[in-house]
Design a protein around this ligand. Structure first.
Ligand SMILES: Cc1ncc(COP(=O)(O)O)c(C=O)c1O
Length: 449
């Protein structure tokens, strides 16, 4: 990768090499790739920190990070050196390794309360399904309550817990799945205003359990902050209320920290903002900064529940293999060593301030919210009606940002900003500068109207 400074917007983005390789791949890869990969037509060749480079040598500040996966940024030296060392030794198998032991010990030190037993997996949906099986094993109940706007993956066991129209066309869905409104205060699902609402959506959850389920709820499954819905941050009373409601119903609270875990929100886990200790936590993405590792974490008592706890009852082929454990260890070591939670908190606060300043300038910025480096921005045609910006405008924002060297999940009206936690001030400034330029262009020609 070249080391000289990026010199303004590249002439052609994506460049000819990127386009050609992308187009060739399109002939052999099945449809259904992530929208950002399809829209950008990028072929990426390398990355350092929060900057990635494409096949034509164009560089981009990365405010996407593989949807918050690249927590340490790309090719972090400590992560690379640990992985290089491990890959020469052994890569496969479920046997104990020293790195796995060290990772699990360190993990138990940083998880809230007595969540000190973890089982490792390789996919997010897989971990959430395993957490649901654990909750079923412990409670002997079988229903699950999730939230509008929620996302926990696309496998059959969790697709019914997808809180939007993303599941349309995949029915019939498995039974025993119920959804209730999330505290998305900018777009309150029940049309109220915070705080005068008294967090009525939590009360709604109680009624959902009473009126919609058969009274056999094993788990209430919640993201402490909703990622896919647009990096939505609920008010602090919401999660404690949901925990109480889950427990009243004899259910366990599963916090899905796939996105919010490992310093993303300025604390090690998202639940710490509300002081809630869930019964089970699922995590992944930034946990191993790019190697596919996920985890189900619970207490000693809960994790002993059978059949989950029987030999081979909770295992998988790749979960916790030597490479996975090493990637997770290297990541956690770096998160602690480089104090990335504090960094995320401080840089995130700075970034939010800067975005709020942009909101003063541009009337189509309806909302700016976030904790740490998990930031959401709502783009609207009209601040009063909150009608979202049309997709053709948001896709233009995405492509204009890309052309100027910023990779941003700006192709939707609920823009998600989640750069690597190691993003430098300079990279952050550059990215925000591009955003300001693109927004100014949209404001000038009033295309958002
Ligand atoms: C909160 C949450 N849970 C679960 C998942 C599913 O993860 P995977 O795509 O690895 O199955 C995601 C993915 O974005 C997620 O955001």
């Amino acid at each position: 990768m070249k080391v000289e400074k990026n010199s303004g917007p590249p002439a052609s983005v994506p460049g000819p090499r990127s386009r050609r390789i992308h187009a060739e791949e399109q002939k052999v890869i099945a449809p259904g790739l992530q929208r950002i990969a399809l829209l950008s037509e990028l072929t990426l060749t390398s990355g350092r920190g929060a900057t990635v480079e494409d096949a034509d040598g164009n560089r981009y500040v990365d405010f996407f990070a593989g949807v918050a996966v690249a927590s340490l940024g790309h090719s972090h030296p400590h992560w690379v050196s640990r992985m290089e060392e491990q890959i020469r030794k052994i890569s496969v198998g479920s046997f104990t390794t020293e790195n796995r032991l060290r990772f699990l010990q360190k993990l138990a030190e940083v998880t809230p309360g007595s969540l000190d037993r973890a089982q490792l997996y390789s996919g997010g949906a897989e971990a959430v399904e395993a957490a649901i099986r654990l909750a079923k094993s412990y409670t002997k109940n079988y229903e699950v309550v999730g939230f509008w706007g929620g996302f926990h993956g696309k496998t059959t066991g969790v697709v019914g817990l997808m809180g939007d129209e993303g599941k349309h066309g995949w029915g019939p869905l498995p039974g025993g799945r119920f959804l209730t409104p999330y505290a998305d205060c900018y777009r309150c699902p029940i049309g109220l205003d915070y705080p005068s609402c008294g967090v009525a959506c939590a009360e709604f959850a109680r009624k959902t359990i009473k009126n919609a389920t058969s009274g056999a709820v094993a788990a209430v499954l919640i993201e402490p902050m909703q990622g896919t819905a647009g990096n939505v941050v609920p008010p602090p009373e919401f999660l404690p209320a949901i925990r109480d409601i889950a427990h009243e119903a004899g259910a366990l609270l599963i916090a899905d920290e796939m996105i919010t875990g490992f310093a993303r929100t300025g604390t090690m886990f998202g639940v710490e903002h509300s002081g809630v200790v869930p019964d089970i936590m699922t995590t992944g993405k930034g946990m191993a900064s790019g190697y596919p590792v996920t985890a189900v974490i619970s207490t000693d008592e809960i994790s002993r529940a059978e059949p989950w706890a029987k030999p081979s009852g909770a295992s998988s082929s790749y979960g916790g293999n030597p490479l996975a454990a090493t990637a997770a260890l290297a990541t956690l070591e770096t998160v602690l060593e480089e104090k990335l939670a504090e960094r995320s908190r401080d840089l995130g606060a700075e970034m939010k301030r800067r975005l709020l300043a942009l909101q003063e300038k541009y009337e189509f910025i309806g909302d700016v919210r976030g904790v740490g480096l998990l930031i959401g921005v709502d783009l609207v045609r009209d601040r009063k009606t909150k009608e979202p910006l049309a997709r053709k405008v948001t896709e233009r924002i995405f492509l204009e940002c890309l052309r100027r060297g910023l990779l941003l999940m700006g192709y939707m009206p609920r823009v998600r900003i989640n750069p690597p936690l190691t993003v430098t001030r300079e990279e952050m400034e550059r990215g925000l500068g591009v955003l300001d330029e693109v927004f100014a262009e949209i404001a000038r020609d009033r295309s958002y109207r």
